[in-house]
Design a protein around this ligand. Structure first.
Ligand code: MG
Length: 365
């Protein structure tokens, strides 16, 4: 199996690589260039992403594959980062360094200085080379899109194979800044590299795991259905609220804000603001999910309990889980929707409204 589809600590290498960029707030689109024969491998490894993810077909050569990726980018992109799928542990600081250097350079790419002595030789050493001014090149290699497209077009017409995109850029006269690389940004090539990556991940396990809780209540009013987790459930009442009063989505949204220590739904969408009147509540949840991603968190689990005598939730729980999984961008197997009554006690028991409780788990690797 090609190394980018192999598992690294339970997650395909390419999924980790994609997530490293999907979770960076400055990135707006993702293009994966894959071998035309790898459709099934990629489909199995593909993570759910915040950003649109475009698949482009690789060419016969490395350069042709990069050109295909550049051609597949959506409209309105002016800066591109070209990255090896086999470097899944690229730290955010490395991406930040490349983006910062692009402000006043044609191109920028991370590298580390060569520290080992360099020999020339075969079975025996025949000479030594100075390592002064030598660098070990890494990716992502960043460029202004029009410039690197022109460089690749010229390269295709006049030259053979390039080792990387910096070579293509320089051949076209672009100035490429060297930015800070990282040992963690290693390229997985041999079995030993996978072992090294695992050791780096263990050493670097300052994993941030958080749980957030949410609670919300909406009162019944006149109506013929209630919105619960984005599903319209027929009922002889409606739910009263400034938005569509989806008590399930509000509760999950508040639980995510809670895990992020980022206030609550009213902080981000003030009820005094007329633009949210009647709004579909998935807007609120999508905002919280995007905020979590921009802070580097992955949502790994959500558990919701709806509290009411009626309507009966059970027949709709599957549709609610599916809709929540879509909105949270996680598998339905990580989403739980339960319901309970209060034995006819209290406001829920008197059928005055619906309450909801939620717990979500977020992980920053
Ligand atoms: Mg509410």
């Amino acid at each position: 199996m090609p190394k980018q589809y192999r598992d690294l600590a339970g997650v395909p290498v390419i999924a980790r690589t994609i997530r490293a960029f999907d979770s960076h707030p400055a990135i707006t689109a993702l293009v994966v260039v894959r071998h035309p024969d790898d459709a099934d491998l990629f489909a199995a490894a593909r993570p759910r992403t915040r950003l649109p993810l475009i698949e482009a077909m690789g060419g016969a050569t490395r350069d042709a594959s990069v050109r295909a990726g550049l051609a597949a980018l959506p409209e309105g992109i002016d800066t591109v980062l070209i990255h090896d799928a086999a470097r899944p542990l690229v730290p955010r600081a490395v991406i930040d360094g490349v983006l910062a250097a692009l402000v006043d350079h044609d191109g920028a790419a991370p590298a580390l200085p060569v520290t080992d002595a360099l020999w020339r030789g075969d079975a025996t050493v025949t000479g030594t080379e100075t390592r002064d001014g030598l660098w070990r090149a890494q990716t992502p290699q960043g460029f202004h899109l029009s410039a690197i497209r022109a460089a690749h077009a010229a390269h295709a017409a006049h030259r053979g194979q390039a080792a990387d995109d910096v070579e293509v850029a320089r051949a076209h006269g672009l100035r490429v800044a060297i930015t800070q690389g990282a040992e963690a940004n290693l390229k997985l090539t041999t079995a030993g590299d996978f072992d090294r990556a695992l050791r780096l991940m263990e050493k670097d396990s300052d994993m941030d795991i958080r749980t957030g809780n949410g609670f919300d209540v909406h009162r019944f009013c006149e109506g013929d259905h209630v919105m619960l987790c984005g599903v319209a459930v027929p009922h002889d009442r409606g739910l009263l609220g400034h938005s569509d009063a989806d008590v399930g989505l509000h509760t999950i949204t508040d639980a995510i804000y809670g895990a992020l220590c980022a206030g609550d739904i009213g902080t981000h969408f003030p009820p005094s603001d007329p633009q949210w009147k009647g709004a579909p509540s998935h807007i609120f949840l999508t905002h919280a999910v995007d905020l979590a991603a921009s802070m580097g968190f992955t949502i790994t689990h959500a558990d919701l309990t709806l509290i009411c005598e009626r309507p009966k939730v059970g027949p709709h729980a599957g549709a609610m889980r599916a809709r929540l999984a879509d909105l949270l961008r996680i598998e339905a197997g990580r989403v739980s929707v339960k319901a309970t009554t209060t034995e006819r006690l209290g406001f829920a028991g008197r059928e005055e409204g619906i309450a909801a409780l939620a717990t979500v788990t977020l992980v920053k690797p």
